[in-house]
Design a protein around this ligand. Structure first.
Ligand code: GLU
Length: 463
């Protein structure tokens, strides 16, 4: 099995792109096959080397590795389409020689007018082959005059193209609906259909998983590979992925993706585990490594229902990733400055304490500040709760603190005895007085880690 990811480097990868990359990677790795990377950068205006470099960097960040690609090379390169123009020219000539394609001189303006006319008449704007039967000598005359045509593939007029989609099952496309599509633009660059299909065949790609938006391209690609006598890969179209706004993901609209995820401090395994479940069912709800995900990845577990980006789910995986990260990794994720307020030698204990309560590096710094730095900030609401608990509550708490081992049990025991409160009425004011927050790390270890004088002054403030 050989799969590939074929990004167009026109911007940062969004969640839909990265899911496509991941699924192809998992499919290859799970079967012991090869995973290729091919940069589809023929649109010179919208592509850039910087964007391509960023795409590679994002994929590496996610943990993906490829066996062949623009940076690593390989036996069927080059792996950037901008370096393959000779190959496209050669295969275009073959299609021309076999009569499968022809030059067309319709200009963009004419094309737009033609489309408008068709739509106004209630007809689909299928190319009418105005230029398909131009005599050879007229073609030659125009070409020698330097007029650059586009080249169109001649699609059979009737019949249907049947194909087996490895996710959606049997597909049938009426050829009459397709129309002669462009293979090569007038600037000599290959149109998407052509470069994409040809490269898959020449790179011996066996399986192509891609977004559902490409489904209607597939019959065109099969037709042209058949015409060239080249092998057709198995295509599988992944269910649509909608953004939070309910619209399909799009680079141009800035849908959630790598830029945002990385800047937010998400762990790559959180992003990968989340993305792996967008349209693929895994039995286990555990955080898995890429190897484990690959082992459990299977085409028959890819669903057909559209998925929708859900930041809350993503956050769930981030929580698991934070739990699973080693201490050194968590510390470097939080960043040196997060520990500014943490006393020497306390770093590990502090990290262990706040680990269940942090999702972002800034959360670590926030807890360090609350526990050891500026201290808690009290909202008016919190102040009201503390005032409500009353001075007696905190006097008892202070007595408890001084009575024994300075631990939580001594404090709560004293308050319970004196005021008879328990449960939430007991723990909430304590937590609020010590942290200013309704939730957070466990109270007992907070008391262990805070210096006694800090505890004393935080409780004493409400007496
Ligand atoms: N360059 C295309 C894209 O980014 C690739 C489509 C495909 O995977 O075949 O949409």
């Amino acid at each position: 099995m050989r799969t590939r990811f074929a990004p167009s480097p026109t911007g940062r990868l969004h969640l839909g792109n990265l899911r496509t990359a991941l699924f192809n990677f998992l499919l290859a790795r799970g079967s012991g096959g090869a995973f290729l990377l091919r940069v589809e950068d023929t649109d010179a205006e919208r592509s850039s080397d910087a964007a391509a470099a960023l795409v590679l960097d994002d994929l590496k960040w996610l943990g993906l590795t490829w066996d062949e690609g623009p940076d690593t090379g390989g036996p069927v390169g080059p792996y950037a389409q901008s370096e393959r123009s000779g190959i496209y020219g050669e295969y275009l000539d073959r299609l021309r020689a076999s009569g499968h394609c022809y030059p067309c001189w319709r200009t963009d303006t004419e094309l737009k007018a033609f489309r408008r006319k068709c739509l106004a008449a209630g007809r689909p704007p299928i190319y009418d082959r105005e230029w398909a039967r131009l005599p050879e000598d007229e073609v030659a005359r125009r070409e020698s005059a330097g007029q650059r045509p586009v080249f169109r593939f001649r699609v059979p007029d009737t019949g249907a193209l049947e194909s087996e989609d490895c996710i959606r099952g049997r597909q049938s496309f009426a050829l009459a609906d397709i129309g002669d599509f462009v293979l090569q633009r007038s600037d000599g660059t290959p149109a998407f259909f052509f470069g994409n299909a040809l490269d898959d065949a020449l790179m011996s790609v066996t399986h192509v998983l891609r977004g559902e938006d490409h489904l209607s391209n597939t019959p065109r690609q099969i037709l042209l590979l058949d015409a060239l006598g080249l092998p057709v890969p198995v295509y599988g179209h992944l269910p649509l992925l909608l953004g939070e706004d309910g619209r399909p993901m799009s680079k141009r609209r800035g849908s959630a993706g790598m830029g945002e995820f990385r800047a937010a401090g998400l762990f790559p395994e959180a992003v990968a585990n989340y993305a792996a479940r967008l349209g693929h069912a895994f039995e286990s709800g555990d955080l898995m490594t890429l190897d484990e995900l690959a082992r459990h990845f299977s085409l028959d577990k890819v669903g057909r229902a559209p998925a929708r980006y859900d930041p809350i789910q993503l956050e769930h995986w981030q929580g698991l990733a934070v739990q699973a990260a080693s201490d050194p990794r968590l510390a470097s994720w939080a960043g040196e400055s997060a520990f500014r307020d943490v006393p020497d030698g306390m770093r590990e204990r502090f990290l262990g304490l706040v680990r269940p309560n942090v999702h972002r590096p800034a959360d670590v710094a926030g807890w360090a500040e609350i526990l050891f730095g500026r201290g808690p900030a009290f909202s008016a609401e919190v102040e009201a709760v503390l005032a409500d608990a009353g001075p007696e509550f905190f006097r008892a708490a202070l007595e408890g603190l001084e009575s024994g081992d300075h631990g939580l049990a001594a404090i709560t025991g004293a308050v319970k005895r004196r005021l008879g409160v328990k449960g939430r009425a007991l723990f909430r004011p304590l937590r609020l007085a010590l942290t200013g927050a309704e939730s957070g790390p466990e109270l007992a270890p907070i008391l262990e880690i805070l210096p006694d004088e800090t505890v004393r002054s935080r409780l004493g403030r409400w007496v």
